[in-house]
Design a protein around this ligand. Structure first.
Ligand code: FES
Ligand SMILES: [Fe+2]
Length: 330
């Protein structure tokens, strides 16, 4: 995992009021709940007394209560009450589990994976998507490491094959570039695929002159795990690639649009966007789940082509970020 980053881990509506939810994220089994103000809390899902799952327990005021012997935990993971010892008996410091810093923003829950003792930086999201768009979201579980899921959305070569009945209609198999630009923690990918007339030599990635008015489509990936397809000023497809463990991930796809403000039409467009996105993602999933190994790395013995440049750039940048903050979170 990339240390000292905010990871998108859940959709906000998945954490209900007054009920804990247990999930595995970034290889850890954790429990989320909301306190009385609705603020999301997250601690390890293993009671420090005798190991029961806290997620089976209940939310009591701001705390979560273990279902086994009733110990109550606050959002820092500290036990505040041990019923068997009496409400007024102080609780020793070592009755605690680890906690995570979490935030709710833009309709998602984000988890700070890193040093808990530094001033946590601002959570970055795609600026244009922060307001003005209507959206609808779905999620899907994939039995691959999240790097595979990310690379699939950076792969512009697969479109006419995997999606030949949907977004890949037209058999545009010739891949120009793609052009890739790095900004801080972000990759911008400029895509231009055409049909193959048998004599055109595709432009090399270094030959791509980025001009947004010359028919390039733009994809954006922001480390550690969010992506958007800039379809137009009014339509975007967003994805969050959530690490579950070394062999599993959850993908959140959100269809954003501001085509109209009329409520019924707005919801209808959302519905169409969702259905289309589900069909397209299922086409991807069918193939990506067969890829071996389930996790990618910079040097993994593949025979790559120029069209794979966004994938190579993703791997290189990820390696650099891993080297920058190698320590494991406490
Ligand atoms: S196992 Fe949780 S209170 Fe005993
Ligand atoms: Fe695809």
């Amino acid at each position: 995992m990339l240390n000292n980053h905010w990871y998108l881990v859940l959709e906000a509506r998945e954490v209900p009021k007054k009920k804990p939810i247990v999930v595995t994220r970034l290889g850890e089994k954790v429990v989320f709940w909301r306190d009385q103000n609705g603020t999301v809390c997250c601690i390890y899902d293993k009671c420090c007394h005798r190991g029961a799952s806290l997620g089976l327990g209940k939310v009591v005021d701001d705390h979560i209560e273990c279902p086994f012997h009733g110990m109550q935990y606050d959002s820092s993971g500290k036990v505040t009450v041990i019923p068997a010892n009496g409400k007024n008996t102080p609780v020793a410091e070592h009755y605690k589990v680890n906690s995570f810093i979490v935030r709710e923003a833009y309709g998602f829950i984000w988890l700070w994976w890193g040093d808990q003792h530094i001033e946590v930086p601002e959570l970055k999201f795609f600026e244009e998507l922060k307001q003005g768009f209507a959206y609808a979201t779905f999620s899907d579980h994939w039995n691959v490491h999240y790097t595979r899921a990310i690379e699939n959305q950076l792969d512009v070569v697969h479109v006419p094959f995997v999606h030949k009945t949907t977004i890949g209609i037209g058999h545009r198999t010739l891949v120009h570039g793609p052009g890739v630009r790095r900004t801080k923690n972000q990759l911008r990918i400029f895509v231009h695929n055409t049909t193959d007339d048998g004599h055109t030599i595709p432009l090399k990635p270094s030959e791509i002159q980025i001009d947004e008015h010359q028919g390039f489509n733009e994809l954006q990936f922001r480390f550690p795990n969010i992506w958007q397809n800039v379809i137009s000023d009014k339509v975007r497809v967003f994805a969050g690639f959530v690490p579950v463990d070394e062999e599993n991930s959850v993908i959140y796809i959100r269809y954003y649009h501001k085509i109209t403000n009329l409520p019924i039409i707005k919801h209808f467009i959302n519905l169409i966007g969702l259905i289309t996105s589900k069909i397209i993602l299922a086409q991807d999933k069918r193939v990506v789940l067969t890829q071996i190994p389930k996790k990618t790395s910079l040097k993994m013995g593949e025979n790559l082509i120029p069209g794979d440049t966004p994938i190579v750039e993703f791997r290189k940048y990820r390696e650099e970020l891993l080297a920058l903050n190698p320590s494991k979170p406490k």
